[in-house]
Structure formats: C-alpha cells, structure tokens
Design a protein around this ligand. Structure first.
Ligand code: PLP
Length: 395
C-alpha cells in the first residue's frame, strides 16, 4: 500500500563514495571505523552499515549492545565496536553476537569477565577497547588511576586489551592546543599500559573533524611510536557533511578540508508532499493560536509533515521549505502531523507536489546546517531527530 508521503531518501552510493574518499585521505595501516550509531545518524543502519562494508569498512561503531546486535545481523563479518559501553546483564549478548566493547569502569570489565567465564571462553579471548579520559570528563578511565583497570587484563583473565581509545573534543578548533594536550595525556596512558606489560593493537582516536583537519598525522605518529595501528572514527563526514571549523582555520585551510568540501555528498534528503492548496482572504489566521495572520489574500499549501515526524516546532514562522524549486515560508505553528506553507508567490502549486525539508530541489538546497542554524542546534541533532515513523528509502 502506498504510504503517507513523508519520507527520507538515502543515497547509499553517496555514502559509499564518501567512505572511499575519506579512506583516500589516510595511508595504511590506518583504519577508518564507520560510525553508524543512532540508526546511522538517522540515515538507517539497515541501509548504511552494509554500504560501509561494501565500501571497504572493516569496523562499524555503534552506541549500545542493542545497536551492535542489529549491526551484527546486517554485517556478519564486520568488527562491531560498542562505543557507549556495556550495561549490567549485557555481557552474554556481547559474546553471543561477537561484539567488541569499549570499557573503562571496573564493573564493566567485571561484567565482561564473568560473562566470558560463564561462556567457557579461553584466557585473553574477549577483545576490549579501553577508553582513556584525556580531558573531556565524559567517559574513560583517568590516565592517573589505571592500575586497577589494567589488573583486570592480568594473565588468566578472559579479557584481551585490543585497543586503547580516546575522544578528541575540540578537533575543530584552530591551533590544536586542546588536541595536543589530549594526545600528550593519551601518550602517558599508553606508557603506563606498556609499563604494566600490556600491549594493544589499536590506537583509536579522532572523529570527522580530526580526520579532515589533518590531525590524523599526529595520531598516526603516536600510534607508530608505540607499535600500534591507528584507527579514526568518522561519523558526520560519511553522511556527506563537512563539520564547521573555528574561523581561524579558514585563513589557512588544510587541503583535506578543501577536498572534502568538493567531494563529500549529502546522503540524506527529507521529503514530503503537498496535500492540498487553499486560497484565504486577508485577515485569515493560520494554525494553532493564529500566530500567523494573512496580510493579503494568500494561497496556502498543507504539507504532510509535522513535529511528530521530527519537523522542529521552532521552525513555524521562521523557516522555508522548497516547493516547485522555490523557498516557501512555513506559516503558523507546526502541528503534530502537518504544517502550512505560504505559496502565494509560487505559481501552480498543487496537491502531490514534492516538498523538500532537507535536500535539493531545482537550484535550491536546504542543508542540515541551514536547518540547524534556524533551530539553534547542530546537524547531528537535526539528523537524529527525524522521527522513526518517517520511512527511510534507498535511492
Ligand atoms: C559519534 C562519535 C564519533 C563520530 O563523530 P563525528 O563528529 O560525527 O565524526 C567518533 N567517536 C566517538 C567516540 C563518537 O561517539
């Protein structure tokens, strides 16, 4: 049955090309883990995880064990890294589905150790990536209190330290002072790990901003110093957006950022349709509480998209969508399931016309940055707020 016309179109080919382009920015043995957490930033894990693997990704990054199980079902061969950690009672599922967990709390390591013993796993058989808090104060073990954590990897443990990871929290800032300090802290942590007689294959550091700003070079150098392989973890860039950088970056744009602006292509378009068009006299009010009053005779188009679809209610009276290749202002409050466009100045709008919320129509484009600027947020939130009832279709 045809469905209500509010849908997200995903260009899986663009996703694959974006991955291959990012890959071309790094040299082996650097690995690019494809971040597909939060349903691939709202782009559909089912469409994007297999596309990442087709493009050559060997590692996928998800938030939770639940997301990991879904990724495993789609991609039997990929390494699936659970970056948000394991929760009590989830250890058995980690083992059953062959997931790799990021851990930093003692209780997480105990959960994994107990589950591995219960499953009859051999010593040093369950890979773990240890996160180090290098200054973000979010997740990760303090580099100064690593001893009890490292003791969990002592001989006889079922756990194997496969990776050491940290998250750069200001890779988009010029000067790299914060990043340099984070990498120095990470270096200290790796030295402590080595002093404890432990060795990890992977040094996992850096998001899209770090990769495009060229910090990959410092990460690679740090990994090489310790005989480790570097892994970067791009998310947003895979979906075709170049993160914004601190304005001082613009004075001397790294070539990788310039190339990314040329080469990365947005993967997602969000579209709806005109349900019907009505003419109203001057003085008519539109939507709940009549926050918009027609100043002249107007033509209004009803659109099948509302805040339950994720269309941000703040956009009412503040943003335009595309119809017939032109900008049509959203008038009145956005309703749960519908919104209204002023199409007075756009000829021939009729029921069934395509409405673009995010994406391109004719020569006009609405980017996730445009939308984010209008709602006071960032593209990451724009994408992940598109509601689950909006179908994701591969095109
Ligand atoms: C989400 C996330 C990323 C990807 O960040 P982008 O800015 O989207 O590239 C990388 N690493 C970790 C730990 C993350 O949580």
């Amino acid at each position: 049955m045809p469905m209500r016309p509010c849908r997200v179109e995903i260009r899986t080919q663009a996703f694959e090309e974006n991955y291959r382009f990012l890959r071309s920015l790094v040299a082996p043995p650097t690995e690019l883990l494809a971040i597909v957490k939060a349903d691939a930033y709202g782009h559909s894990l089912a469409l994007c995880a297999p596309a990442a693997v087709r493009a050559g990704a060997q590692w996928l990054g998800v938030t939770s064990v639940e997301e990991g199980i879904a990724a495993r079902a789609l991609c039997p061969e990929a390494h699936v890294l659970v970056i948000g950690g394991v929760f009590p009672g989830q250890g058995a599922a980690v083992i059953e589905h062959g997931l790799t967990v990021v851990a930093w709390e003692l209780w997480q390591l105990n959960e994994l150790e107990c589950a591995a013993r219960a499953a009859g796993a051999l010593p040093a058989s369950l890979p773990v990536h240890l996160e180090i808090d290098t200054g973000m104060s979010r997740q990760g073990a303090s580099p100064h209190g690593l001893e009890p954590v490292l003791a969990r990897f002592a001989p006889g443990s079922r756990l194997r330290l496969e990776g050491v990871m940290t998250h750069l929290f200001a890779a988009d800032e010029a000067g790299g002072m914060v990043t340099a300090s984070q990498l120095a802290q990470l270096n200290e942590a790796v030295e402590r790990i080595e002093a404890a007689g432990l060795y990890a294959d992977w040094l996992s550091v850096g998001n899209s901003a770090a990769l495009l700003a060229g910090q990959e070079r410092e990460i690679t150098a740090l990994a090489a110093r310790h005989g480790m392989k570097p892994m970067l973890r791009p998310g947003l860039a895979l979906y075709g957006l170049v993160p914004r950088f601190d304005p001082t970056f613009e004075e001397n744009i790294p070539p990788s950022i310039a190339a990314a602006r040329q080469r990365l292509r947005p993967v997602l378009s969000w579209k709806a349709e005109v349900v019907g068009v009505r003419s109203v006299p001057a003085g008519s009010v539109v939507g709940y509480n009549g926050t918009f009053v027609a100043t002249e005779p107007m033509r209004l188009a009803l659109v099948a998209a509302g805040y339950a679809d994720g269309l941000d209610r703040q956009l009412g009276n503040r943003f335009s969508l595309l119809v017939r290749g032109e900008q049509a202002p959203l008038v009145g409050r956005i309703s749960m399931d519908q919104s209204v466009l002023d199409v007075t100045g756009i000829p021939r709008v009729e029921a069934g016309d395509e409405v673009v919320i995010l994406g391109t129509q004719g020569t006009e484009t609405i980017t996730a940055f445009d939308y984010a600027d209008a709602t006071g947020t960032i593209p990451w939130e724009v994408f992940t707020r598109i509601g689950p009832r909006v179908r994701r279709i591969a095109v």
